[in-house]
Design a protein around this ligand. Structure first.
Ligand SMILES: *Cc1c(COP(=O)(O)O)cnc(C)c1O
Length: 547
């Protein structure tokens, strides 16, 4: 009965049988007709997609279709052309220059001889998952005493089939055993990277080697623990009920604990965290971490490849600070400029290469910016670059990226996107997107009040609206399936005081209009909008704490 309030005439979903490949070829007409079904479905869903952090304002890319007649591959280093001539490195370099400027990384005049602090990076073929994985790999090699690109190596190691790796000093067996720190709001790609790279997290190591010695108290946060250590990451301020920013006091205490045991330190910060769109205070945290690093000898430490030869040494830090800006890395700099020009009052905290401790940054190109394929930007400081394990002659460009073949189309799409906007337009757009996010939060809060006042079944306590400062995400109690499907809303359970609460979020991206938000709110105000009794997944058991 209640269902009739809701538009259940969703776009027809394609089914596998529509697309089966057999031994016979499709005729051109068949193929066109079958693909039209897919296009019809995508077109219908795109109209109302509100739940995920992707920008669907992609009109400027229609003309790129003509490049699908080429296999554009940027295999190898972006700054060294390969013998494979169908590439788009000129555009890739322009995109990198754009982000270097945005993130305040100096770019070298001559990429063949960069300064240690100069920026170096590449355009990703995957999204920020690849960037995070590559950052963690570089961080591990940097922290565990491996020779870097800038280190001189000789003998067997120079052919790169074997690593040149320092042995720990006698007085510190942990000197080259990095420990990873990240908040509980961190994206699952980090856990994946830790698995792939076999880097222990502070809670793995703490729980197994130092049971009961955790320097922070997580009782009452609802976090699961392992021998007293919080599973899933450093707590965020206010826990699951807070805005999603890392608790800097807790982070500093945890880092101090492991640095005191001689470990090098790998910290990830989020700029636009995956669920709450939260911005960690990278600058404030680095100011607090700096004296910790100094106190424990992690600044400019000497990595000795040969204890008997004092010249075979690499001076580098015993920490690596990575910024996962998958979402926020692409627009937070524009919010800062919007604040500076008086368009908005405040901006998210500074997170970029102006902070001396920041080692690497990633952002996704298909989230805020508007690339039609997964892509992103990885950037680090040239002097910290890892030493690639091999030097394939056939590519004739250094193997300094994660992939072999790299999407040249992604660089083309990023360039085509960026080339359409002046800085002023970007600044205005970022301010407008934030305005709509704040409007969404405001309207949802009002709706929550109304639902409470009218004692709406399933929402008699309101709908628990959450929205952090400058966040583009607004979260609230998960509505019924017709609504989450109609607007492609993401659904995530949070743990509040040990109880599972199911949430959905809206992500306001550049294609999201105020009218679309109004339409969503109209649906959410209908009787029964939060009645999930008929949803198949409503009674799922609590999940372990992981976004
Ligand atoms: C989306 C996201 C990622 C992963 O990015 P992909 O582009 O999906 O690979 C990593 N971190 C955060 C915070 C994200 O939001």
């Amino acid at each position: 009965m209640i269902t009739e309030h809701f538009d259940t005439h969703l776009t027809a979903r394609p089914v596998n049988d529509d697309y089966r490949l057999g031994t016979e070829a499709y005729t051109d007409e068949q193929r066109t007709a079958v693909l039209a079904k897919l296009e019809g479905y995508l077109g219908g869903q795109r109209e109302r997609l509100l739940g995920y952090q992707v920008n669907l304002s992609l009109d400027g890319h229609a003309a790129l279709g003509r490049f699908l007649g080429y296999h554009i591959n940027n295999i190898g280093d972006p700054f060294v052309d390969s013998n494979y001539s169908l590439h788009s490195r000129w555009l890739e370099r322009a995109v990198l220059e754009h982000y270097a400027r945005l993130w305040h990384a100096p770019l070298p005049e001559d990429p063949a001889s960069p300064g240690n602090e100069d920026g170096w990076g590449y355009v990703l073929s995957m999204g920020s998952t690849e960037g995070n994985l590559y950052a963690m790999w570089n961080a591990r090699d940097y922290l565990d005493g491996n020779a870097l690109v800038r280190d001189e190596v000789s003998g067997d190691a120079s052919c790169r089939t074997s690593y040149l790796r320092a042995k720990h000093p006698d007085d510190n067996p942990n000197a080259y055993m990095p420990v990873a720190f990240f908040s509980q709001e961190t994206h699952y790609s980090h856990i994946k990277a830790m698995r792939v790279l076999d880097i222990p997290t502070f809670y793995d190591l703490g729980g197994s080697l130092y049971p009961g010695e955790c320097p922070i108290d997580v009782a009452g946060t609802g976090m699961q623990t392992y021998n007293g250590w919080p599973l899933g990451g450093v707590p965020t301020t206010g826990g699951d009920e807070g805005p999603g920013t890392v608790d800097v006091d807790a982070l500093v205490a945890l880092v101090d604990f492991f640095a005191a045991k001689g470990h090098p330190v790998l910290v990830n910060f989020n700029i636009g965290s995956v669920f709450k769109g939260a911005y960690d205070d990278v600058q404030g945290a680095c100011e607090r971490l700096r004296p910790v690093f100094e106190r424990h000898g992690l600044v400019d430490r000497a990595v000795r490849f040969d204890p008997d030869d004092p010249t075979r040494v690499s001076i580098r830090n015993g920490y690596w600070i990575h910024v996962d800006g998958a979402l926020g890395g692409a627009y937070a700099p524009y919010l800062e400029k919007a604040r500076d020009s008086g368009l908005i009052e405040t901006a998210p905290p500074v997170f970029d290469f102006r902070i001396p401790e920041v080692s690497s940054i990633v952002t996704s190109g298909h989230k805020y910016p508007g690339a039609p394929v997964p892509t992103g930007i990885y950037m680090s400081r040239a002097g910290s670059k890892l030493r690639p394990p091999s030097d394939p002659a056939v590519v004739s460009s250094p193997d300094s990226t994660f992939a072999g073949s790299r999407s040249g189309f992604a660089s083309l799409a990023m360039w085509n996107h960026l080339a359409q906007f002046s800085e002023e337009q970007q600044v205005r757009q970022a301010a407008e997107v934030l305005r709509i996010a704040e409007y969404t939060a405001e309207r949802l809060r009002r709706l929550s009040e109304q639902l409470r006042e009218r004692g709406e079944p399933w929402a008699e306590d309101g709908i628990e609206v959450g929205h952090g400062d400058h966040a583009l995400s607004v979260w609230f109690q998960q509505p019924r399936a017709e609504i989450t499907q109609k607007y492609s809303l993401a659904c995530v359970p949070l743990n509040l005081g040990g109880l599972r609460h199911d949430y959905s979020h809206v992500y306001v991206m550049p294609h999201v209009t105020q009218e679309l938000i109004d339409e969503l709110l109209e649906d959410l105000a209908k009787p029964g909008a939060f009645d999930r009794s008929a949803d198949k997944d409503a009674q799922r058991p609590p999940l372990p704490h992981q976004r």
